[in-house]
Design a protein around this ligand. Structure first.
Ligand code: HEM
Length: 355
């Protein structure tokens, strides 16, 4: 009940949007701008304050080709489903890459982001959290792949692995086959998911310290944070996350966005104005040119991170290789690899726990 109430408060504040929140305290780990400090939502997270990095995720128990003998058709089924979806709409590929990030940062890569019902019988799951609600997309691709895989080999392939393979394949197709992630398998699915835990995801109003802190809390470095932010070279974003900072952007870019948003905070725009559907290093040139949307993008243009930004912008192939490694590392966060000993399972349907 308490969790439900907290979720409602978060949601109400979120829906109030930045217009009501100008002023403003940055809360819920950079997802909310609130007019006044709200102790329930604005509590600083200890790991953000200290910026002590946890050990890099080991991914112990994962291996590549994990399903080669267990379910030989599994990876191909995922690849085919992703190819079909990306061909029809590249934005769904962007959604799948983000789904993987949002899964791994909350309770580890355990498919908890997919759940509508849980072991605790709560309905305020991660999907309802401020970063995810009315925003995440690509669920139907996961469900389609899962249904085909269950028909071929029941109770064998986890939803968490399907999300990881789908992010790998979306990265491949959206990069014109230049990004080839070695994604191991062997994750089990979790049985819990809570909306308030989505405050572990860094938000668009985050400053550099908060971004570094959020990644450090998951065992990722500042370099990996800069590398993974390059995913903002695809997909879309709503105006509510950047309409307070037009004056900080390159004027022509700001004018174009202002016209697109037209005062409506729910409008979606492309994140990368130059190559919106290609997973490439263009993002880093955009950071330099002040043609990025969020505070969290713009702060990479700071003394601490600018060397990496310019290297990524200028060196052919360098960012692509780093992105492959960083996605692989992200896929190792908090994985459950010994099944029921960790209260985990292989779900039959990705959006609900097995009874
Ligand atoms: C560094 C901190 C990050 C912040 C603050 C952040 C924030 C955001 C926000 C606010 C949106 C727009 C959501 C909306 O308007 O509905 C977005 C979109 C997106 N983000 Fe991030 N993000 C971060 C890191 C990442 C990472 C690490 C990845 C993947 C590796 C990623 C991939 C994406 C993609 C692909 C989209 C577009 C999704 C779509 O079109 O459906 N982001 N992000």
């Amino acid at each position: 009940m308490a969790t439900k109430l907290a979720a409602l408060v978060v949601l109400a504040a979120f829906l109030a949007g930045p217009a009501a929140c100008d002023g403003a305290s940055i809360c819920f780990n950079g997802w909310l701008r609130l007019p006044t400090y709200n102790a329930a939502l604005c509590r600083p997270r200890p790991d953000v304050q200290t910026r002590q990095r946890r050990p890099a995720p080991s991914g112990s128990g994962l291996s590549s080709g994990y399903y080669n003998t267990r379910c030989p058709s599994a990876e191909k089924i995922v690849t085919d489903a992703v190819k079909k979806a990306v061909d029809a709409n590249p934005g769904i590929g962007a959604g799948l890459i983000r789904l993987f990030f949002h899964d791994c940062f909350v309770r580890g890569c355990d498919g908890s982001v997919l759940l509508n019902t849980t072991n605790s019988k709560n309905s305020d799951t991660e999907r309802e959290g401020p970063p995810n609600q009315n925003s995440l997309r690509g669920f139907e691709v996961i469900d389609e792949a899962k249904a085909a895989i269950e028909a071929a080999c029941p109770d064998t392939v986890s939803c968490a692995d399907i999300v990881a393979y789908a992010a790998r394949d979306a990265s491949y197709f959206l990069s014109d086959r230049k990004i080839n992630i070695q994604m191991p398998g062997g994750r089990y699915d979790g049985r819990e998911s809570f909306s308030n835990e989505t405050d572990q995801l860094p938000g668009p109003f985050s400053n550099l310290t908060a971004l570094q802190g959020s990644f450090a809390a998951k065992g990722l470095t500042s370099d990996e944070m800069v590398t993974l932010s390059g995913a903002h070279t695809i997909g879309r974003a709503r105006c509510l996350f950047f309409s307070t900072r037009f004056s900080e952007m390159e004027p022509a870019f700001a004018a174009k966005l202002r016209a697109q948003c037209n005062g409506n905070d729910g409008t979606n725009v492309n994140q990368d104005d130059v190559t919106p559907n290609v997973l490439d290093k263009q993002y880093y040139q955009n950071v330099v040119d002040k043609k990025v949307l969020f505070t969290s993008d713009a702060v990479l243009n700071s003394t601490k991170t600018i060397t990496q930004v310019t290297e990524n912008a200028n060196m052919t192939g360098a960012w692509e290789r780093k992105f492959e490694k960083a996605m692989e590392t992200m896929g190792k966060i908090g994985v459950k690899t010994i099944g029921n000993q960790q209260g985990a399972e292989i779900r039959k349907v990705c959006w609900r726990v097995n009874n």
